[in-house]
Design a protein around this ligand. Sequence first.
Ligand SMILES: *Cc1c(COP(=O)(O)O)cnc(C)c1O
Length: 470
Amino acid sequence: MKYKSTRGSSEELSFSEVLLSGLAIDGGLYLPSSYPYFNSHELSNMQNLSYPELAFLIMRPFIENDPTLKETQLQTILEDTYSNSNFDQIAPLIKIRENEFVLELFHGPTLAFKDLALQFLGRLFDETLKSENRKITIVGATSGDTGSAAIEACKNRGAINAFIFYPHNRVSEVQRRQMTTVNAKNIYCVAVDGTFDDCQDLVKAMFNDLSFRQEYNLSAINSINWARILAQVVYYFWAGLKLIGQKSSVSFSVPTGNFGNIFAGYLAKKMGLPISQLIVGSNSNDILTRLLKTRKMRLSSVLPTLSPSMDIQVSSNFERLLFLLYEGDSREICRLLDELRTKGSFCMRQKEFQKFTKLFDGDCFDDAQTKEIIKNVFEENEVLIDPHTAIGIAAARTQKKNNNVPVICLATAHPAKFPNTVQEATNVLPTLPKRLKNLYDDEEFVTILPNDLTVIKGYIKNTLSKKELR
Ligand SMILES: *Cc1c(COP(=O)(O)O)cnc(C)c1O
């Protein structure tokens, strides 16, 4: 399988090359040149597979003829990542109303759905690099959740050094401690004196410095990485297959930030899973909902909300959807993105917009509505949900078109990650799982640095050169 950049001027790469490079040299995102399709007979054969078996079946076509990663290696990594004999405890599907379900994806080490893909990605990186006798440096900016999930995925993996940048004093204490209390020789937490956007700009600038990028083999572990999207496709099949059979199709509702999670749902549909609706849930940062209504993508400023992992204006993975809607017309994609950058908005062509609105529905909710749903679900079901999950459920309820089609709402974070909001809404304080109870006592390892590219690059350089000497 060969992969192409959405911007059309990078060379085609194999799966393992895409894995290790993250962002394409032309600034685009990678997508495969074709997709497998599973017919209804194949789907029914999938129903009795274990999670790692299902994952292997879905992922295998995407690594076909890979020069580095062999099928047997993929199989071993998937067994190692997802082998829990009772996967239903890792991703339980809970019914909360007639034809309304919650898929809890937050039972991983950092209590967010990102673990599900990143636990796989960490192992995949290590295995691929070992086969090539290479090392990489992961650099990542985080507003909280991605950082800890990436750290848990990379810690103590010999082929990886990871530098995670977060805005100093601008992440919650739980989020900060989940990152800084990990004591591993290959993990470096950096608190940057600046905002999340500053962190992201620093990381982008490091990627744009091609000699720095090559010297340190920079790579990314955020949702621009194709392997992460691919790993997410699996749980759509896993959950959908549980209900299909009794039902002819299912819908999904997804609290959306960078559009990585729901894009994986769209790919599941493209690959044959009978998905009726894909529903985008947004908070007050409603750029996608406005696009659905107006055909125009228009930037405004980022508003802080109770669901911080969705406080995003430009959803980076939306570029991948645009590429597929525009049937691979990279020139048009570059033009649209250029307009967004220079004028702050672009308008989709009628034809592609119609395809888009046929595939997706969406709705947005403010903080008061978010709390209302948390309260409502608790009163009705005695189930505590986090503010992100609440938005997905709220969107499912306003956007659902057919009451006979079950809708699966993806629960993306554990309620105990947002204890104050949940308590304010329900009068119940959610508790952290036992394994995280030491969080408040453990020692923190972090370096505070100014928002200065030269200083940050120097820090990476120094840290890595000291390691070489040892
Ligand atoms: C990252 C995150 C999201 C957004 O997911 P995207 O793939 O970026 O759309 C939603 N909820 C939580 C809790 C997250 O951590």
